[in-house]
Design a protein around this ligand. Structure first.
Ligand code: ACM
Ligand code: ZN
Length: 541
């Protein structure tokens, strides 16, 4: 967690004095809860208030409460266990009859009751409670007590999958930065961190069987800067000549996965196959169709140099990589990319042509279907399920694959109509590497496009689907590609507040109301300030 908040050791702890911070303004929670009924009065939460835990397995919710309140009081609240809720305390209970992610949060002048369908629900109740704490409490110093407005909130998410992707390949982000991203997701009750770990410009995950992937493939010699996306790669291009690199060791990955799990976030890794492969081919030239030695790519866009599908050694390789990936990531889903894979190398490659003949494939594109089906079989044999970008729909996709629809919602609609599971992530609503205001001159260079907060909010993941087909839509996802995002503070700036708009589609789809969201997100921005997150402040002017 980012530690930018001043931690004041309350003098209330030492001498019993200190300030009481009044409740601030109206109740404003993002994403919008299912039901909010304000009550009379406030609960006075004190440094001396006890937390009473009434169920097993609530440690992560308790930890979240500690992280929320320690910056206020300079210490965590005392904790006791018990069979029954008590007045004067914050009670944390579990009601397994509720959906796992559902919660109730009841604040009265007598006490606070948190009830989760599981620890996840209780964790989300704490995230809501964070938005009820007066913002002044975080900065006032010497706080003895804070007023929490009385309210009864009953809440649960509309969609099961609420994700965001960080591209750590185009630019590397440290483990601490990745953890901050997970904190940001947790604040918004998002539950999937999609970690884009391999691409043409860098391989970022340690694979013990193939050490050159990180020894060679994790560093590019230089980086293209300042080019207008879509423009030519010519002599006018400028480069930052500093080598750019970095990768996550397997221990670091385990640490991130555990950190996320404690925040009700599942980490889904993405290993790109069969395209976006240049960093892998630079590490092991025998993975490509020609065996040529390449450099890790220094520019952007789509690259023709992809994994050779004709050679068995390619499949030995990807299975060796995935063997280690499934050990590291307990997620049900593994993302294998599958986007933007040109076939030109395959068309010229004797091994790929021989594969087409042997398998009775009529078009080179079907080599991708063949390769994806093999990888899916491997993942299924390891008890996992495959996610791919919507390009895997071209040709014959397996009915068991999950489609991440990014080129509009059309791929997702097609997939849902044929019974595949879908995650809606259409670029025109969900690509937060696009500009977020019309005044491009006032913004840092971005990929192009324009996704305003209002546009991000407007996504309807069910458009074009019958009620039966809607059940195929698992959820929604934001994507942060980082070609033009070299620092994590810029990543925060691009994510926030748009991520809150997408979070509301995922959590509150059946109760979206843009003007009301605008009222609530203004208050959430105050919490961004408290947490030290960068965000697009000008959106609020
Ligand atoms: C993608 O944006 N190429 C999935
Ligand atoms: Zn080939």
């Amino acid at each position: 967690m980012k530690k930018l908040i001043p931690i004041f050791v309350s003098c209330a702890l030492l001498c019993g004095c200190g300030r009481r911070i009044a409740a601030d303004g109206e109740i404003a929670v993002v994403p919008c809860p299912e039901s909010v009924v304000a009550g009379p009065g406030v609960f006075v939460l004190k440094a001396s208030t006890c937390v009473r835990v009434l169920a097993d397995g609530m440690a992560d919710a308790l930890q979240a409460l500690d992280e929320a309140l320690t910056p206020v009081f300079g210490q965590a609240l005392a904790v006791e266990t018990g069979a029954e809720a008590c007045p004067g305390t914050v009670n944390i209970a579990c009601d397994p009859a509720m959906p796992a992610e559902a919660y109730r949060l009841a604040v009265t002048p007598e006490r606070i009751d948190i009830t989760g369908g599981s620890v996840h629900g209780a964790f989300y109740a704490v995230q809501t409670l964070r938005q009820l704490i007066p913002l002044e409490a975080y900065t006032a110093g010497d706080v003895r007590a804070v007023e929490i407005p009385a309210v009864e909130i009953a809440d649960k998410p509309c969609l099961a999958y609420r994700g965001a992707m960080l591209d750590a390949a185009r630019h590397f982000f440290t483990v601490d930065e990745v953890k901050t991203m997970i904190d940001i997701l947790a604040l918004h009750k998002m539950n999937v961190f999609h970690w884009h770990l391999t691409d043409d410009q860098g391989w970022r995950i340690e694979i013990k069987k193939y050490p050159r992937l990180t020894g060679i493939g994790s560093v590019r010699r230089r980086t293209l800067i300042g080019k207008d996306p879509g423009g030519e790669y010519d002599a006018s291009c400028r480069y930052d000549e500093t080598p750019h690199g970095g990768y996550y060791t397997q221990d670091e990955i385990r640490d991130v996965v555990a950190y996320a799990a404690a925040r009700s976030v599942t980490v889904i890794p993405e290993i790109e196959f069969p395209g976006h492969a240049v960093a892998a081919l630079a590490s092991y030239p025998w993975l490509g169709c020609t065996g040529e030695q390449y450099e890790v790519r220094q520019t952007w866009d789509i690259d023709d140099r992809v994994f050779c599908i004709g050679r068995e050694s390619t499949f030995e390789f990807i299975e060796g990589v995935l063997d280690e990936v499934v050990e590291l990531f307990p997620s049900e889903y593994i993302h294998i990319g599958g986007d933007e894979c040109p076939t030109v190398m395959w068309e010229r490659c004797p091994a790929c042509r021989a594969r087409m003949k042997a398998e009775g494939l009529k078009r080179p594109r079907q080599l991708q279907n063949y390769a994806t089906a093999r990888v899916e079989k491997f993942l299924n044999a390891h008890g996992r399920r495959l996610i791919g970008w919507d390009e895997i729909l071209e040709g014959d996709v397996m009915p068991t694959a999950t489609i991440m629809s990014w080129r509009g919602t059309e791929g997702g609609v097609r997939a849902a109509r044929q019974g595949n599971q879908v995650i809606m992530s259409p670029a025109e609503y969900c690509y937060f590497d696009y500009y977020q205001s019309e005044d491009r001159e006032a913004e840092p260079l971005a990929w192009g496009g324009y996704v305003s907060v209002e546009k991000a909010y407007a996504l309807d993941p069910y458009a074009g689907l019958t009620p039966a087909q809607r059940s195929c839509v698992l959820g929604v996802q934001a994507n942060l590609w980082t070609e033009y995002i070299p620092t994590f503070s810029q990543a925060e700036y691009m994510l926030l507040p748009r991520l809150s708009a997408l979070a509301e589609t995922g959590w509150s789809l059946d109760r979206k109301d843009y003007p009301d969201y605008v009222r609530r997100v203004r208050r959430l921005a105050g919490l961004y300030d408290v947490c030290g997150y960068d965000y697009a402040r000008h959106i609020f002017r």
